[in-house]
Design a protein around this ligand. Structure first.
Ligand SMILES: Cc1cc2nc3c(=O)[nH]c(=O)nc-3n(C[C@H](O)[C@H](O)[C@H](O)COP(=O)(O)O)c2cc1C
Length: 365
């Protein structure tokens, strides 16, 4: 399946950065899920560019649901969302049509599509296409919330500056959802912003790591082997432009530990099986164990930078130097976190539907 993911809940993405619309379809969502435009727009605002640390390309990003909704609820037939591109400045790209931006998809798209690709603003490879994912994800996030499943992401590090770790998920996750710049330690957040602004002034960009937690997931969700919770999530997380790494629990750090440290000992608390630590991120054998699902997503520095860089003109196979003009984010991390929450909700909606059936996600009414 190209440009899509999911098996019971299938999502397909379409559009180009400077085309009339970007959009997505979710097929297989339960009927009866609330589609609240105000709540959807709130999630969209978390992804939208804002302040000095984002691209000056600003758009209303109004999510228009054109199918699959009746009287404010999903119908269970394909839910299609469109978002108009209203602030495209294609002239920025015409000058450098054949100049491959290092780190971006210009050259690889040309090699795959032979020059028929839409190059404007990164075309189909633009971060702009994450907007409809956030709109569909908002519906899934609300439905999961009604089931007591909460998803939240904070900026674990940005430009090498670390946030503190989660300490009290029941309090921190609901609060994160509303933050535009989601950190747990406000002073680390201030230093991060300054570092992004400084990189922008230098014509450069910075990257970072997002940490996500999901609470309230029942044990026993996920399939063994290739549709494991880890496989299903990382396939989609790696689809987000600029994501270059995903790790679950303590991830790579587990490899430096002994088994006695890396294992999460089991215990019984209030008649429920728990683990005393959660280094494996709530997943064993690809299946949830009932502890919070924890994972990190690595987001690289924005490829488009003003600083001059070596490149090639791929029409002429000639070396050149590029300094990227146009409107770009000096960091993507803070915007990508709403996207991570959204795709996590859609992937979990799929895995839960596989486990309990499509209608399980329906809220009470
Ligand atoms: C929300 C979001 C916004 C982005 N904004 C930009 C941008 O302004 N400039 C840019 O060069 N890349 C931007 N990107 C990243 C590129 O789309 C991405 O690096 C490119 O498609 C190459 O893919 P890869 O990094 O996964 O290999 C953005 C990504 C996201 C998720």
């Amino acid at each position: 399946m190209k440009n899509g993911f999911g098996s019971s809940v299938r999502v397909t993405l379409f559009g180009e950065s400077h085309g009339p619309y970007v959009g997505a379809v979710a097929d297989g969502l339960a009927p009866g899920l609330p589609v609240d435009p105000a709540r959807v727009q709130k999630r969209m605002a978390l992804r939208a560019a804002a302040g000095a640390i984002s691209t000056p390309r600003r758009e209303p990003d109004e999510a228009l649901f054109v199918s699959g909704v009746y009287e404010g609820r999903t119908t269970g037939t394909p839910l299609t969302v469109l978002i108009a591109n209203t602030s495209a400045k294609s002239a920025d790209y015409e000058k450098t049509r054949a100049m491959a931006r290092p780190g971006h998809a210009d050259y690889t798209a040309f090699m795959k599509y032979g020059g028929y690709e839409d190059p404007r603003g990164g075309g189909h490879f633009s971060g702009r296409l994450t907007a409809p994912l956030v709109a569909l994800g908002a519906v899934a996030l609300d439905a999961l919330g009604e089931k007591g499943i909460l998803i939240g992401t904070h900026i674990r590090s940005l430009a090498g500056i670390a946030d503190r770790d989660f300490s009290d998920l029941s309090r921190e996750l609901p609060a994160l959802g509303e933050k535009r710049f989601a950190v747990l330690d406000a002073s680390a957040g201030d230093r991060m912003r300054r570092a992004v602004e400084e990189a922008a002034r230098a014509g450069d960009s910075v990257g970072g790591v997002l940490q996500t937690a999901v609470t309230g997931l029942p044990p026993g969700v996920g399939e063994p082997w290739f549709d494991s919770v880890e496989s299903a999530l990382s396939r989609v997380l790696f689809g987000i432009p600029a994501v270059k790494g995903v790790e679950f629990g303590d991830g790579f750090a587990l490899c430096g530990m002994r088994g006695s440290e890396a294992n999460d000992p089991f215990a019984v608390e209030n008649g429920r099986v728990i683990t005393r630590t959660n280094r494996n991120g709530g997943v064993n054998g690809g299946i949830t164990n009932g502890m919070p699902l924890l994972f990190n997503t690595a987001v690289k520095p924005t490829p488009s930078i003003a600083k001059p860089q070596d490149t090639v003109d791929f029409f002429q196979t000639k070396e050149a130097v590029i300094s990227v003009t146009g409107r770009h984010d000096p960091a993507i991390v803070h915007r990508a976190r709403a996207v991570v929450d959204a795709v996590t909700a859609l992937v979990l909606a799929d895995l839960l539907a596989l486990r309990f059936g499509t209608d399980w996600l329906r809220g009470a009414r």
